[in-house]
Design a protein around this ligand. Structure first.
Ligand code: GAP
Length: 435
Protein backbone atom coordinates (compact mmCIF):
# COMPACT_ATOMS: atom_id res chain seq x y z
CA UNK A 1 0.00 0.00 0.00
CA UNK A 2 1.18 3.54 -0.75
CA UNK A 3 2.44 5.47 2.29
CA UNK A 4 1.22 8.90 3.34
CA UNK A 5 4.55 10.58 2.56
CA UNK A 6 4.26 9.56 -1.10
CA UNK A 7 0.70 10.90 -1.29
CA UNK A 8 1.55 14.19 0.46
CA UNK A 9 4.55 14.69 -1.80
CA UNK A 10 2.59 13.93 -4.99
CA UNK A 11 -0.18 16.30 -3.86
CA UNK A 12 2.28 19.15 -3.43
CA UNK A 13 4.38 18.41 -6.53
CA UNK A 14 1.39 18.15 -8.86
CA UNK A 15 -0.82 20.90 -7.45
CA UNK A 16 -3.47 18.93 -5.55
CA UNK A 17 -2.94 20.13 -1.97
CA UNK A 18 -0.58 22.71 -0.44
CA UNK A 19 0.12 23.56 3.17
CA UNK A 20 -1.90 26.61 4.17
CA UNK A 21 0.05 29.89 4.53
CA UNK A 22 3.20 28.02 3.52
CA UNK A 23 5.25 31.16 2.88
CA UNK A 24 4.79 32.04 6.57
CA UNK A 25 5.83 28.60 7.75
CA UNK A 26 2.34 27.11 7.53
CA UNK A 27 -0.56 26.92 9.99
CA UNK A 28 -0.94 23.60 11.83
CA UNK A 29 -3.13 21.08 10.04
CA UNK A 30 -4.73 23.47 7.59
CA UNK A 31 -4.50 22.78 3.88
CA UNK A 32 -5.25 24.55 0.61
CA UNK A 33 -6.55 22.72 -2.44
CA UNK A 34 -4.52 23.62 -5.54
CA UNK A 35 -5.75 23.69 -9.16
CA UNK A 36 -6.09 19.91 -9.44
CA UNK A 37 -7.23 19.34 -5.87
CA UNK A 38 -10.09 21.79 -6.20
CA UNK A 39 -11.29 20.02 -9.37
CA UNK A 40 -11.06 16.63 -7.67
CA UNK A 41 -12.89 17.76 -4.53
CA UNK A 42 -15.59 19.51 -6.59
CA UNK A 43 -16.10 16.31 -8.57
CA UNK A 44 -16.44 14.31 -5.33
CA UNK A 45 -19.03 16.78 -4.02
CA UNK A 46 -20.84 16.83 -7.38
CA UNK A 47 -20.94 13.01 -7.48
CA UNK A 48 -22.41 12.98 -3.96
CA UNK A 49 -24.97 15.70 -4.75
CA UNK A 50 -26.05 13.95 -7.97
CA UNK A 51 -26.54 10.66 -6.16
CA UNK A 52 -28.27 11.87 -3.01
CA UNK A 53 -30.23 14.89 -4.28
CA UNK A 54 -30.71 15.05 -8.06
CA UNK A 55 -31.32 11.36 -8.65
CA UNK A 56 -33.84 10.93 -5.83
CA UNK A 57 -37.41 12.14 -5.53
CA UNK A 58 -37.34 12.11 -1.72
CA UNK A 59 -34.41 14.52 -1.20
CA UNK A 60 -33.89 18.28 -1.50
CA UNK A 61 -30.86 20.50 -0.91
CA UNK A 62 -29.97 23.38 1.39
CA UNK A 63 -27.10 25.83 1.91
CA UNK A 64 -27.38 27.29 5.41
CA UNK A 65 -25.17 29.96 7.02
CA UNK A 66 -22.10 28.91 9.01
CA UNK A 67 -22.91 31.35 11.82
CA UNK A 68 -26.09 30.51 13.68
CA UNK A 69 -27.97 31.82 16.70
CA UNK A 70 -26.01 30.77 19.83
CA UNK A 71 -29.12 29.13 21.29
CA UNK A 72 -28.88 26.54 18.48
CA UNK A 73 -25.76 25.11 20.11
CA UNK A 74 -27.33 25.10 23.56
CA UNK A 75 -30.33 23.21 22.21
CA UNK A 76 -28.20 20.75 20.24
CA UNK A 77 -26.13 19.90 23.33
CA UNK A 78 -22.86 21.15 21.81
CA UNK A 79 -22.23 23.90 24.38
CA UNK A 80 -22.56 21.46 27.27
CA UNK A 81 -21.29 18.26 25.73
CA UNK A 82 -19.20 18.65 22.56
CA UNK A 83 -15.91 18.07 24.32
CA UNK A 84 -13.01 15.63 24.22
CA UNK A 85 -10.88 14.60 27.22
CA UNK A 86 -7.42 16.14 26.98
CA UNK A 87 -4.14 15.40 28.82
CA UNK A 88 -0.82 17.26 28.75
CA UNK A 89 2.66 15.85 29.19
CA UNK A 90 4.36 17.64 32.12
CA UNK A 91 7.77 17.06 30.54
CA UNK A 92 7.57 17.64 26.75
CA UNK A 93 4.33 19.71 27.00
CA UNK A 94 2.65 17.80 24.16
CA UNK A 95 -1.13 17.54 24.30
CA UNK A 96 -3.12 14.36 23.61
CA UNK A 97 -6.69 13.16 23.41
CA UNK A 98 -6.99 10.92 26.45
CA UNK A 99 -9.37 8.55 24.64
CA UNK A 100 -6.76 8.03 21.88
CA UNK A 101 -4.05 6.85 24.29
CA UNK A 102 -3.53 3.23 25.25
CA UNK A 103 -2.45 4.16 28.76
CA UNK A 104 -2.82 7.34 30.82
CA UNK A 105 0.28 6.49 32.87
CA UNK A 106 3.08 7.92 30.70
CA UNK A 107 3.50 10.24 27.70
CA UNK A 108 3.66 8.13 24.50
CA UNK A 109 6.32 10.46 23.05
CA UNK A 110 8.84 11.00 25.89
CA UNK A 111 7.65 8.81 28.79
CA UNK A 112 6.99 11.86 31.02
CA UNK A 113 4.09 12.13 33.49
CA UNK A 114 0.66 13.14 32.19
CA UNK A 115 -1.78 15.59 33.80
CA UNK A 116 -5.30 14.56 34.83
CA UNK A 117 -7.74 14.47 31.91
CA UNK A 118 -9.74 17.69 31.41
CA UNK A 119 -12.73 18.17 29.13
CA UNK A 120 -12.07 20.57 26.26
CA UNK A 121 -14.94 22.01 24.16
CA UNK A 122 -14.17 21.71 20.45
CA UNK A 123 -16.25 24.62 19.21
CA UNK A 124 -14.47 27.71 17.87
CA UNK A 125 -15.87 30.83 19.53
CA UNK A 126 -15.91 34.31 18.08
CA UNK A 127 -17.82 37.56 18.57
CA UNK A 128 -20.48 39.09 16.36
CA UNK A 129 -20.29 42.86 15.96
CA UNK A 130 -17.80 45.25 17.57
CA UNK A 131 -18.34 44.28 21.24
CA UNK A 132 -16.39 41.34 22.60
CA UNK A 133 -18.61 40.25 25.50
CA UNK A 134 -20.65 37.22 26.54
CA UNK A 135 -23.76 38.52 24.78
CA UNK A 136 -21.97 38.69 21.42
CA UNK A 137 -20.57 35.14 21.35
CA UNK A 138 -21.21 33.11 18.21
CA UNK A 139 -19.70 29.77 17.23
CA UNK A 140 -18.31 28.48 13.97
CA UNK A 141 -20.58 25.49 13.33
CA UNK A 142 -19.01 22.16 14.30
CA UNK A 143 -21.46 20.26 12.05
CA UNK A 144 -23.66 21.36 9.16
CA UNK A 145 -26.55 19.26 10.50
CA UNK A 146 -28.04 21.97 12.75
CA UNK A 147 -28.62 24.27 9.75
CA UNK A 148 -30.90 21.54 8.42
CA UNK A 149 -32.80 20.94 11.67
CA UNK A 150 -33.61 24.62 12.19
CA UNK A 151 -34.89 24.81 8.59
CA UNK A 152 -36.95 21.62 8.78
CA UNK A 153 -40.27 23.45 8.85
CA UNK A 154 -39.27 25.99 6.14
CA UNK A 155 -38.23 23.23 3.76
CA UNK A 156 -41.15 20.92 4.49
CA UNK A 157 -43.68 23.66 3.98
CA UNK A 158 -42.21 25.36 0.91
CA UNK A 159 -41.47 22.08 -0.87
CA UNK A 160 -44.73 20.41 0.28
CA UNK A 161 -42.76 17.39 1.44
CA UNK A 162 -44.27 14.37 3.13
CA UNK A 163 -42.40 11.79 5.19
CA UNK A 164 -40.12 10.11 4.42
CA UNK A 165 -37.92 12.83 2.93
CA UNK A 166 -34.44 14.19 3.45
CA UNK A 167 -32.44 17.39 3.25
CA UNK A 168 -28.83 17.41 2.06
CA UNK A 169 -26.16 20.02 2.58
CA UNK A 170 -22.48 20.48 1.78
CA UNK A 171 -20.53 23.03 3.76
CA UNK A 172 -17.65 23.96 6.00
CA UNK A 173 -17.49 22.88 9.62
CA UNK A 174 -14.92 23.78 12.27
CA UNK A 175 -13.61 21.90 15.31
CA UNK A 176 -10.74 22.88 17.53
CA UNK A 177 -9.38 19.32 17.40
CA UNK A 178 -6.80 18.51 20.11
CA UNK A 179 -4.81 16.20 17.87
CA UNK A 180 -5.41 16.92 14.21
CA UNK A 181 -3.24 15.07 11.73
CA UNK A 182 -2.79 12.50 9.00
CA UNK A 183 -2.80 15.19 6.30
CA UNK A 184 -6.40 16.20 5.46
CA UNK A 185 -7.92 13.33 7.46
CA UNK A 186 -8.40 15.27 10.70
CA UNK A 187 -8.24 19.04 10.43
CA UNK A 188 -9.73 21.98 12.29
CA UNK A 189 -11.52 23.36 9.22
CA UNK A 190 -13.15 20.81 6.95
CA UNK A 191 -16.12 20.24 4.71
CA UNK A 192 -19.04 17.94 5.43
CA UNK A 193 -21.60 16.36 3.12
CA UNK A 194 -24.58 15.66 5.37
CA UNK A 195 -28.07 14.26 4.98
CA UNK A 196 -30.84 14.46 7.54
CA UNK A 197 -33.51 11.98 6.46
CA UNK A 198 -36.85 12.39 8.29
CA UNK A 199 -38.96 9.29 8.82
CA UNK A 200 -41.96 8.10 10.79
CA UNK A 201 -40.94 6.75 14.23
CA UNK A 202 -40.92 2.98 14.01
CA UNK A 203 -39.64 3.05 10.41
CA UNK A 204 -36.26 4.44 11.51
CA UNK A 205 -34.38 1.16 11.90
CA UNK A 206 -35.29 -0.04 8.43
CA UNK A 207 -34.29 3.31 6.90
CA UNK A 208 -31.04 3.25 8.86
CA UNK A 209 -30.08 -0.08 7.24
CA UNK A 210 -31.10 1.17 3.78
CA UNK A 211 -28.92 4.26 4.09
CA UNK A 212 -25.94 2.25 5.33
CA UNK A 213 -26.12 0.06 2.22
CA UNK A 214 -26.76 3.00 -0.17
CA UNK A 215 -23.80 4.95 1.14
CA UNK A 216 -21.45 1.96 1.08
CA UNK A 217 -22.49 1.33 -2.52
CA UNK A 218 -21.70 4.96 -3.44
CA UNK A 219 -18.02 4.61 -2.50
CA UNK A 220 -17.83 1.37 -4.50
CA UNK A 221 -19.62 2.92 -7.47
CA UNK A 222 -17.03 5.69 -7.62
CA UNK A 223 -14.18 3.24 -7.68
CA UNK A 224 -13.01 2.48 -4.13
CA UNK A 225 -11.83 -1.14 -3.97
CA UNK A 226 -14.51 -3.08 -2.03
CA UNK A 227 -11.95 -4.85 0.18
CA UNK A 228 -10.75 -1.45 1.44
CA UNK A 229 -14.18 -0.61 2.84
CA UNK A 230 -15.89 -2.03 5.90
CA UNK A 231 -18.75 -1.24 8.25
CA UNK A 232 -18.25 -0.75 11.98
CA UNK A 233 -21.13 -0.51 14.39
CA UNK A 234 -20.62 1.80 17.39
CA UNK A 235 -20.71 0.26 20.85
CA UNK A 236 -23.20 1.85 23.26
CA UNK A 237 -20.46 3.74 25.15
CA UNK A 238 -19.15 5.49 21.99
CA UNK A 239 -22.48 6.80 20.74
CA UNK A 240 -22.87 10.58 20.49
CA UNK A 241 -25.33 12.11 22.96
CA UNK A 242 -28.04 12.33 20.28
CA UNK A 243 -27.72 8.87 18.74
CA UNK A 244 -29.58 5.62 19.33
CA UNK A 245 -27.29 3.73 16.90
CA UNK A 246 -24.46 4.54 14.52
CA UNK A 247 -22.51 2.62 11.89
CA UNK A 248 -19.31 3.97 10.41
CA UNK A 249 -18.10 3.29 6.90
CA UNK A 250 -14.37 2.81 7.32
CA UNK A 251 -11.60 2.87 4.73
CA UNK A 252 -8.23 1.22 5.11
CA UNK A 253 -5.97 4.29 5.01
CA UNK A 254 -2.17 3.82 5.11
CA UNK A 255 -2.40 4.68 8.84
CA UNK A 256 -5.07 2.01 9.46
CA UNK A 257 -8.84 1.51 9.25
CA UNK A 258 -10.51 4.87 9.94
CA UNK A 259 -13.91 6.54 9.64
CA UNK A 260 -14.96 7.94 6.28
CA UNK A 261 -18.59 8.50 7.11
CA UNK A 262 -20.93 7.92 10.05
CA UNK A 263 -24.56 6.91 9.57
CA UNK A 264 -26.46 7.63 12.77
CA UNK A 265 -30.00 7.18 13.99
CA UNK A 266 -30.49 10.57 15.71
CA UNK A 267 -34.05 9.71 16.79
CA UNK A 268 -36.22 12.82 17.36
CA UNK A 269 -33.59 14.34 19.66
CA UNK A 270 -32.77 17.46 17.60
CA UNK A 271 -36.28 18.45 16.52
CA UNK A 272 -37.55 18.01 20.09
CA UNK A 273 -34.71 20.11 21.49
CA UNK A 274 -35.20 22.91 18.95
CA UNK A 275 -38.95 22.89 19.54
CA UNK A 276 -38.33 23.29 23.26
CA UNK A 277 -35.63 25.99 22.99
CA UNK A 278 -37.30 28.02 20.20
CA UNK A 279 -40.91 27.62 21.31
CA UNK A 280 -41.86 26.63 17.72
CA UNK A 281 -43.98 23.62 16.86
CA UNK A 282 -41.71 21.29 14.90
CA UNK A 283 -44.02 18.28 14.91
CA UNK A 284 -45.27 16.73 11.69
CA UNK A 285 -48.95 16.12 10.93
CA UNK A 286 -49.41 12.73 9.33
CA UNK A 287 -52.57 13.04 7.21
CA UNK A 288 -52.82 9.28 6.77
CA UNK A 289 -52.92 8.40 10.45
CA UNK A 290 -54.19 11.84 11.58
CA UNK A 291 -51.38 11.89 14.20
CA UNK A 292 -48.88 14.57 15.14
CA UNK A 293 -45.37 13.51 16.05
CA UNK A 294 -41.69 14.47 15.90
CA UNK A 295 -40.09 12.66 12.93
CA UNK A 296 -37.07 10.44 13.57
CA UNK A 297 -33.87 11.25 11.71
CA UNK A 298 -31.35 9.05 9.92
CA UNK A 299 -28.12 10.97 9.34
CA UNK A 300 -25.52 9.83 6.79
CA UNK A 301 -22.69 12.26 7.52
CA UNK A 302 -19.60 12.22 5.30
CA UNK A 303 -16.46 14.35 5.12
CA UNK A 304 -15.68 15.83 1.70
CA UNK A 305 -11.97 16.06 2.56
CA UNK A 306 -11.80 12.49 3.90
CA UNK A 307 -13.65 11.13 0.87
CA UNK A 308 -11.33 13.07 -1.45
CA UNK A 309 -8.28 11.71 0.40
CA UNK A 310 -9.62 8.14 0.20
CA UNK A 311 -10.31 8.47 -3.54
CA UNK A 312 -6.77 9.81 -4.04
CA UNK A 313 -5.09 7.04 -2.05
CA UNK A 314 -7.21 4.34 -3.62
CA UNK A 315 -6.49 5.62 -7.14
CA UNK A 316 -2.72 5.52 -6.60
CA UNK A 317 -0.94 2.75 -8.54
CA UNK A 318 2.69 2.08 -9.33
CA UNK A 319 3.66 -0.32 -12.08
CA UNK A 320 6.69 -1.30 -14.14
CA UNK A 321 6.51 -0.40 -17.82
CA UNK A 322 9.61 -1.29 -19.85
CA UNK A 323 11.98 -1.03 -16.86
CA UNK A 324 10.47 2.28 -15.80
CA UNK A 325 8.22 3.04 -12.85
CA UNK A 326 4.83 4.31 -13.99
CA UNK A 327 2.75 6.17 -11.40
CA UNK A 328 -0.88 6.44 -12.34
CA UNK A 329 -3.95 7.73 -10.51
CA UNK A 330 -6.78 5.51 -11.69
CA UNK A 331 -9.63 7.83 -10.73
CA UNK A 332 -13.17 7.03 -11.75
CA UNK A 333 -13.78 9.05 -14.93
CA UNK A 334 -16.30 11.30 -13.18
CA UNK A 335 -13.79 12.19 -10.44
CA UNK A 336 -10.63 12.73 -12.52
CA UNK A 337 -9.65 16.42 -12.28
CA UNK A 338 -8.66 16.55 -15.96
CA UNK A 339 -10.50 14.39 -18.45
CA UNK A 340 -8.46 15.10 -21.59
CA UNK A 341 -5.03 16.55 -22.37
CA UNK A 342 -4.18 17.53 -25.94
CA UNK A 343 -0.53 17.58 -26.99
CA UNK A 344 1.21 18.42 -30.24
CA UNK A 345 3.86 15.95 -31.43
CA UNK A 346 6.00 18.94 -32.45
CA UNK A 347 5.52 22.21 -30.61
CA UNK A 348 7.34 24.26 -33.26
CA UNK A 349 5.12 23.09 -36.11
CA UNK A 350 2.42 25.81 -36.28
CA UNK A 351 -0.10 23.70 -38.21
CA UNK A 352 0.02 20.93 -35.59
CA UNK A 353 -0.12 23.42 -32.70
CA UNK A 354 -3.14 25.18 -34.23
CA UNK A 355 -5.10 21.93 -34.53
CA UNK A 356 -4.16 20.86 -31.00
CA UNK A 357 -5.19 24.21 -29.47
CA UNK A 358 -8.49 24.23 -31.35
CA UNK A 359 -9.24 20.68 -30.21
CA UNK A 360 -8.48 21.59 -26.58
CA UNK A 361 -10.83 24.60 -26.88
CA UNK A 362 -13.60 22.39 -28.26
CA UNK A 363 -13.12 19.82 -25.52
CA UNK A 364 -13.23 22.53 -22.83
CA UNK A 365 -16.84 23.26 -23.84
CA UNK A 366 -17.95 19.91 -22.45
CA UNK A 367 -15.29 18.68 -19.99
CA UNK A 368 -12.16 19.75 -18.12
CA UNK A 369 -9.40 19.66 -20.71
CA UNK A 370 -5.96 21.16 -21.18
CA UNK A 371 -3.39 21.85 -23.88
CA UNK A 372 0.15 20.79 -22.94
CA UNK A 373 3.33 21.21 -24.96
CA UNK A 374 5.83 21.53 -22.12
CA UNK A 375 7.82 18.35 -22.83
CA UNK A 376 8.32 15.34 -25.04
CA UNK A 377 5.27 13.11 -25.57
CA UNK A 378 6.73 10.41 -23.26
CA UNK A 379 7.22 12.95 -20.47
CA UNK A 380 3.78 14.43 -20.98
CA UNK A 381 2.17 10.97 -20.79
CA UNK A 382 3.97 10.32 -17.49
CA UNK A 383 2.86 13.63 -16.03
CA UNK A 384 -0.76 13.16 -17.14
CA UNK A 385 -0.81 9.59 -15.73
CA UNK A 386 0.42 10.92 -12.41
CA UNK A 387 -2.53 13.31 -12.17
CA UNK A 388 -5.04 10.75 -13.43
CA UNK A 389 -5.96 12.34 -16.78
CA UNK A 390 -8.34 9.95 -18.53
CA UNK A 391 -7.30 10.51 -22.15
CA UNK A 392 -4.18 11.91 -23.83
CA UNK A 393 -4.73 13.10 -27.39
CA UNK A 394 -1.75 13.56 -29.70
CA UNK A 395 -1.84 15.66 -32.82
CA UNK A 396 0.87 14.54 -35.28
CA UNK A 397 1.81 14.79 -38.95
CA UNK A 398 -0.83 12.25 -39.94
CA UNK A 399 -3.43 14.60 -38.42
CA UNK A 400 -2.54 17.13 -41.10
CA UNK A 401 -3.27 14.54 -43.78
CA UNK A 402 -6.41 12.79 -42.52
CA UNK A 403 -7.77 14.98 -39.66
CA UNK A 404 -7.44 12.23 -37.06
CA UNK A 405 -5.67 12.15 -33.67
CA UNK A 406 -4.41 9.36 -31.43
CA UNK A 407 -6.41 8.86 -28.28
CA UNK A 408 -4.54 7.07 -25.49
CA UNK A 409 -6.56 5.52 -22.69
CA UNK A 410 -5.03 5.99 -19.21
CA UNK A 411 -6.04 2.57 -17.89
CA UNK A 412 -5.35 0.28 -20.87
CA UNK A 413 -2.66 2.50 -22.48
CA UNK A 414 -4.31 1.47 -25.76
CA UNK A 415 -4.06 4.02 -28.56
CA UNK A 416 -6.66 4.41 -31.27
CA UNK A 417 -7.11 7.03 -34.00
CA UNK A 418 -10.31 9.03 -34.11
CA UNK A 419 -11.51 11.78 -36.48
CA UNK A 420 -10.83 15.10 -34.75
CA UNK A 421 -14.34 16.36 -35.38
CA UNK A 422 -15.83 13.38 -33.52
CA UNK A 423 -13.52 13.44 -30.50
CA UNK A 424 -15.47 15.76 -28.14
CA UNK A 425 -18.80 13.96 -28.63
CA UNK A 426 -17.23 10.48 -28.40
CA UNK A 427 -15.38 11.26 -25.15
CA UNK A 428 -18.37 13.08 -23.66
CA UNK A 429 -20.53 10.03 -24.36
CA UNK A 430 -18.05 7.83 -22.48
CA UNK A 431 -18.05 10.25 -19.53
CA UNK A 432 -21.85 10.34 -19.40
CA UNK A 433 -22.02 6.55 -19.49
CA UNK A 434 -19.50 6.31 -16.63
CA UNK A 435 -21.65 8.30 -14.13
N1 GAP B 1 -23.42 15.55 12.17
C1 GAP B 1 -22.75 14.39 12.61
C2 GAP B 1 -21.30 14.55 12.63
O1 GAP B 1 -20.79 15.63 12.47
P1 GAP B 1 -19.06 13.23 12.91
O2 GAP B 1 -18.81 11.74 12.91
O3 GAP B 1 -18.50 14.02 14.00
O4 GAP B 1 -20.64 13.39 12.84
C3 GAP B 1 -19.07 13.32 10.30
O5 GAP B 1 -18.56 13.82 11.54
C4 GAP B 1 -17.96 13.23 9.28
O6 GAP B 1 -17.30 14.48 9.14
C5 GAP B 1 -16.86 12.23 9.63
O7 GAP B 1 -17.20 10.91 9.24
C6 GAP B 1 -15.69 12.77 8.82
O8 GAP B 1 -15.75 12.31 7.49
C7 GAP B 1 -15.93 14.27 8.86
N2 GAP B 1 -15.11 14.89 9.91
C8 GAP B 1 -15.40 15.00 11.23
N3 GAP B 1 -14.41 15.63 11.90
C9 GAP B 1 -13.47 15.91 10.97
C10 GAP B 1 -12.17 16.56 11.03
N4 GAP B 1 -11.70 17.08 12.16
N5 GAP B 1 -11.46 16.67 9.87
C11 GAP B 1 -11.95 16.19 8.70
N6 GAP B 1 -13.14 15.58 8.60
C12 GAP B 1 -13.90 15.44 9.71
Amino acid sequence: MVDMETIVSLCKRRGFIFQSSEIYGGLGSTWDYGPLGVELKRNVKEAWWNTVVRQRGDMVGLDAAILMHPRVWEASGHVAGFADPMVDCRKCKQRFRADHLESLEKCPECGGDLTEARMFNLMFKTFMGPVEDEAAIVYLRPETAQGIFVNFENVRETMRKKLPFGIAQIGKAFRNEITPGNFTFRTREFEQMEIEFFVKPGEDEEWHQRWIQDRLEWYRQYGIQPEKLRLREHACDELAHYAKACTDIEYEFPFGWSELEGIANRTDFDLRQHAEYSGRDLTYFDDQTQERYFPYVIEPSAGADRATLAFLIDAYHEEQVRNEKRVVLRFHKALAPIKAAVMPLKRNEPRIVAIAKELADNLRKCMSAMYDDTGSIGRLYRRQDEIGTVWCLTVDFQSLEDQTVTVRDRDTMEQIRLPIAEVPARLKEQLDNAC
